[in-house]
Design a protein around this ligand. Structure first.
Ligand code: NAD
Length: 381
């Protein structure tokens, strides 16, 4: 269920998932939950942020949905979220940015927003190779740079390393291209800052193109025809493009940090963090989770928006081939929002709308799923 406000969104969402499966499969399928503990709650109970049993169970099932986990500020364990991505080698982070009708948006034509941010999930500055200013490690590193590389940094510098490798870039790009082909996507845009960081982000761009060239049958580089157009944009320009011309973008292929920044910025186009879902995917494991964190300010207040978590669940159902369940959840959310039943985060962006509680929004979505009649199971699933 996660930390902070995670418990509220879990309480509002659990029965929606159960109801959607029952509805889509006429009671023939149902969910068996395997609850696992991690994060702050686990630290208090077991003295461990991420118990071994949790990891073992996750490995056994190969799929999980998780609420946001608080990262304690200060020294020590960097982040349970980042650790989970590394330990299961979840090298693809997928964050769909799709506008739903009825949602508030700061841009004039938000219905043009429909793209997916793919973020390389294991490298870049998230590798956590950095040393605090004044420590012997930082001083050793600074001395090495001076003696061996002819680079001078002042003694009061904190230093970090930004690793981006050919191997990790290639497997990530290949995964995303396979996805684009399978899902009939139109464009893949590499987002990089290669003009400044030539051998990390510039190399990321180059290696991504190298992989794309192996897909000549499906990919084109200059004109848009029936093939997928493969192009690139410098990251700062990309931030402007997604606001001014979102319809030109379909899949964004990003190194880790660019993808992180872009995810929250793009979430603002479609209603904010409360509605932005995500997934972390590797070859043997996938973890679905909202883009947002544990929103500690709202913990236990039954206020925050469960939509991002619900849509992450919808992604999970699609991932395991239950598209009907996923469509049912998405449609019920869209209808609820169109009826102007929204939590505080959306209400404050809309005129004359009184916010409902997290649990009330959940109830409204569940009711729409229960009452929906025209959903039949696709026999191919
Ligand atoms: P946050 O995402 O929790 O909150 C950012 C802002 O968005 C806050 O104003 C918050 O109230 C609001 N918000 C977030 N989710 C919302 C929702 N569903 N509905 C309405 N409003 C929502 O980010 P933060 O405050 O920077 O981080 C809080 C904690 O979460 C930190 O410990 C951080 O490390 C952790 N975190 C965890 C994850 C994860 O588990 N994947 C991701 C990001 C941050």
């Amino acid at each position: 269920m996660g930390d902070g406000a995670g418990e509220d969104i879990w309480n509002a969402s659990k029965e929606i998932f159960e109801e959607a499966v029952i509805k889509a499969y006429d009671g023939e399928k149902s969910i068996t939950w395997v609850p696992l503990i991690a994060g702050q709650r686990s630290l208090e109970k077991t003295g461990n942020l991420l118990p071994e049993e949790t990891l073992e169970e996750m490995k056994k099932h190969g799929i999980a949905i998780k609420g946001p986990l608080t990262t304690p500020v200060g020294e020590g364990f960097r982040s349970v979220n980042v650790f989970l991505r590394q330990v299961f080698d979840l090298y693809v982070c997928m964050r769909p940015i799709r506008y739903m009708r009825g949602m508030p948006s700061p841009i004039r034509m938000p219905e043009r927003v429909n793209f997916i941010i793919f973020r390389e999930n294991t490298e870049d500055l998230y590798k956590g190779i950095e040393w605090k200013e004044g420590t012997s490690e930082a001083n050793t590193f600074i001395a090495f740079l001076k003696e061996r590389m002819n680079v001078t940094l002042s003694d009061d510098t904190g230093v970090g390393v930004k690793p981006i490798s050919r191997g990790a870039t290639r497997r990530f790009t290949r995964w995303v291209i396979d996805y684009a082909i399978k899902h009939n996507r139109k464009t893949i845009t590499v987002v990089h800052k290669g003009n400044i960081m030539k051998y990390t982000e510039g190399a990321f761009r180059e290696w991504a193109y190298d992989v794309a060239k192996e897909f000549q049958k499906n990919i084109t580089f200059d004109s848009q025809n029936d093939k997928i157009l493969f192009n690139d944009r410098i990251a700062d320009n990309m931030f402007m493009q997604v606001i001014l011309r979102p319809e030109e973008y379909d899949i964004l292929l990003c190194p880790n940090l660019n993808g992180d920044y872009l995810s929250d910025a793009c979430a603002a186009l479609i209603g904010g963090l409360g509605v932005a879902p995500g997934a972390n995917i590797g070859d043997d494991m996938a973890i679905f989770e909202p883009t947002h964190g544990s929103a500690p300010k709202y913990a236990g207040k039954d206020m925050i928006n469960p939509t991002a978590f619900l849509l992450s669940g919808a992604m999970l159902f699609s991932y395991i081939g239950l598209d009907n369940v996923s469509k049912l959840i998405e449609r019920a959310i869209e209808e609820t929002i169109q009826d102007r039943i929204v939590t505080y985060d959306l209400a404050r962006q809309m005129d004359g709308v009184k916010p409902v509680k997290c649990s009330e929004f959940g109830e409204a979505v569940k009711k729409r799923i229960k009452n929906s009649s025209q959903w039949t199971v696709d026999s191919s699933q």
